[in-house]
Ligand binder design. Structure first.
Ligand code: ZN
Ligand code: ZN
Length: 402
């Protein structure tokens, strides 16, 4: 783990050129501290008013792997707002290790409805519900060419699929954090404002990816603009609306050869997926040369020895500006003066942290239908219940319960 982390850090620093600064500094004393670090320890730094902290919490692919979750970028702003852009499969384990109470993680923007971009909804929905979120989740997502291809349909049916989960939790927990509020916006909107509050403006425009209904986003705050492209073939909207962004995230996919060699795809499929459904490395570079961001971020590939150099060379054949090839837990602190890239270092066994608002009380007995029948209850084995008698008695005494 440490070895991989160290390598990722060194690599990420080595690909930075031009406008971004690596952390680090001269160590002047054998007993002193390093003036800056290559790492970010979650929960230990105050965010300045005009600063954006962006954390890659998922940068991989639909196929699961422990070292890299699927798409998720967390934006933390100096005004206290936090936004999750996509919540791909596996990403919530990275988010949960960042020492952020679930109450502060209730705003989610979805670029499209592939599982590698919203597959962890179940995790943040039910996990956050049990771990301290006090209100509903709020999701913003695109419409589709037909109602059933839109975000509202997807979330409605997600909740239907989890009827058993919600019904059984509702009997024991406050039902409020189990609600999801959906704001569905027109996927055809071109740089349209879909969110504007508290000095933050979020816009969307169409992406070209697998079917109508995928979008890209920009977030503007404190005079800066950060773009999250989601999944897309290079398109006229991104080139126009991402122009001169402070930081621009765009997918860059495995090369067709890598898809054949590493992902077991046939040459025909690899060429289609790698150059038509997604964005190839030279095409990514071409887009960034046109957009000319202060800093470009490519994501959406398993980032490792076997893949990254082919992708890097492809990007560099068409783009020579500041660049990160993202992997999970990469962090960018963005201000008007500089963009600093580091790696977040967080524990493998982090628990969620409580917020300042206690969870709402569970429903009063008898107010919610009991989802368990007497027939099942009659199967309880009482010797085990008796065996925990002392435990229950002591606990009640400790907490002043009757
Ligand atoms: Zn996709
Ligand atoms: Zn994807």
């Amino acid at each position: 783990m440490m070895q991989r982390l160290l390598f990722a850090t060194l690599f990420s620093v080595s690909v930075i050129t031009g406008g971004a600064f690596a952390a680090g500094g001269v160590v002047k004393s054998p007993t002193g501290v390093a003036p800056d670090r290559y790492v970010y320890y979650p929960g230990t730094e105050v965010l300045a008013k005009d600063e954006i902290r962006l954390i890659a919490c998922g940068t991989g692919l639909p196929a699961a792997r422990r070292g890299q979750a699927a798409t998720c970028f967390l934006f933390e702003l100096g005004n206290g707002d936090k936004f999750l852009f996509d919540i791909g499969t596996g990403s919530m384990a990275n988010v949960a290790a960042l020492m952020i109470p679930y109450d502060m993680l209730d705003k989610i923007f979805l670029s499209h409805l592939h599982t590698d971009h919203w597959g962890d909804l179940a995790t943040i929905w039910a996990g956050g519900w049990t771990a301290g979120r006090t209100g509903p989740l709020k999701i913003w997502g695109p419409s589709g060419a037909t109602p059933e291809m839109g975000t509202k349909y997807a979330v409605d049916h997600f909740l239907k699929a989890y009827t058993w989960d919600a019904t059984t939790r509702n009997a024991k927990l406050s039902p409020k954090p189990g609600l999801i509020e959906v704001t569905e916006f027109d996927y055809k909107g071109e740089n349209k404002v879909i969110y504007e509050e508290n000095g933050v403006t979020i816009r969307s425009w169409p992406a070209i990816h697998a079917g109508d209904g995928a979008v890209s986003f920009s977030l503007e705050y404190a005079g800066m603009k950060v773009v999250f492209g989601g999944d897309t073939f290079p398109n006229k909207w991104y080139v126009k609306f991402a122009k001169d962004a402070d930081l621009a995230i765009h997918e860059v996919f495995l090369t067709p050869s890598e898809l054949v060699e590493w992902y077991g795809q046939s040459p025909g499929q690899a060429l289609g997926v790698g150059t038509q459904v997604h964005t190839s490395p030279p095409a990514f570079g071409k887009v960034m040369s046109e957009v000319n961001p202060r800093h470009a971020v490519g994501y959406h590939f398993f980032n490792e020895e076997g893949t990254r150099y082919g992708i890097y060379d492809g990007v560099r054949s068409t783009y020579d500006g500041p660049l990160s090839l993202a992997t999970d837990n990469m962090v960018w602190n963005i201000t008007k003066d500089k963009i600093v890239e580091r790696m977040a270092v967080s524990p493998e066994d982090a628990w969620s942290v409580p917020g300042s608002t206690p969870p709402p009380p569970p429903p009063a007995p008898g107010t919610v239908p009991d989802p368990m029948t007497d027939w099942i209850k009659a199967g309880r084995w009482e010797p085990a219940n008796k065996a925990q008698g002392d435990l229950v008695k002591t606990f009640k005494k400790e907490h002043g319960m009757k």
